[in-house]
Design a protein around this ligand. Sequence first.
Ligand code: NAD
Length: 352
Amino acid sequence: NSEKTLQLVIVGFGGMGSYHGQLVEQAEGIAVRGAYDPIEYRMELASSRGFRTYESFEAVLSDEEVDVVLIATPNDVHKELAIQALQAGKHVICEKPVTVTGAELLEITEAAEQAQRLFTVHQNRRWDEDFLIIKDLMSQKKVGDVFQVESRVQGANGIPGDWRQLKAYGGGMLLDWGVHLLDQLLLLTDSKIESVHADLSYILGTEVDDGFTATIKFKDGLTAVIEVGTTNYIKLPRWYVKGTEGTAVIYDWDLSGEIVTRNREVEHVEPTPIQAGKGLTKTMAPPSEESTIRRPIEKVEDLSDSFYANLVSTLRGASQQAVPNHEVHRVLTLIETIFESAESNGVIIKDI
Ligand code: NAD
């Protein structure tokens, strides 16, 4: 179409910055104009990808051809770079976690409002297939009314990289993977949060958390258990969902898993006792074959625009931004509350 191709510059050309290069190349209506990173070798990589290189952040901002600045630096500098870019008249995409506190995010959104420019956060895991399957399963009540959802990511490789292990850079796993899992969780229900109880782990001896477990209770009766671990040699399923009519599990990124529901056509079948350790149990015997229906996990069709397609269409005035800033702010409030709970080892009762 005849609309102008938006020109984007990648600021921070590390792992994620270079991945954004690929994402933008796959999108229509937007192109990578160049990249800036203070590390020489990163600029050589950008140059080998065919991207123009800038010698400073100020040079990016004074290039009038630049419409959008993508910030993929360590977390501690997101705020200052975002505000400067907005004040220079650029639209800004920022990597997650956008900031460490909700108050810092509000400083950015205020600057965006004043500059009349778009500011948005790359919460890319809103498009993850496993999450979309669980969202669909809950809204379609495929296991009845869900009263417990457990969402986990677990690895055995410790905290990756350098700055992620340091507090001054906004490191730690709650701010890293946690922000994704919590962002997803808040999209699974319309209910407000009633209370939070959390524990951070420091198994590796770093100054930042290497994982956490949070139990989050919602006003509508849903309880969520969210867990991130980096010392798990055996991992638990990615998703475990319990409803009044059945249970669903997704084991891994390959979407292996199943949904088991009560068969309403069959009269109650009395379970047969099983040998369990040195005793017998009827209570913990598995449900009989005939009284349950087992189905594999099936992909759901995602008709929404990709992150960049949505960005282009929003800047053309044809869509609303897919990741609204007030939703990102709510996740940061939840993260602050998780830190607060872990510090006091207490249940925090708070309307979030
Ligand atoms: P990285 O260390 O690989 O890259 C960061 C780059 O930023 C480095 O090359 C560094 O030289 C550069 N940099 C540092 N200060 C800068 C400054 N002031 N101006 C310009 N460049 C600067 O880190 P990464 O893994 O690419 O993470 C970058 C950001 O992306 C973080 O906020 C991280 O949380 C986020 N991230 C998001 C996802 C996702 O799935 N959305 C995945 C990975 C990382």
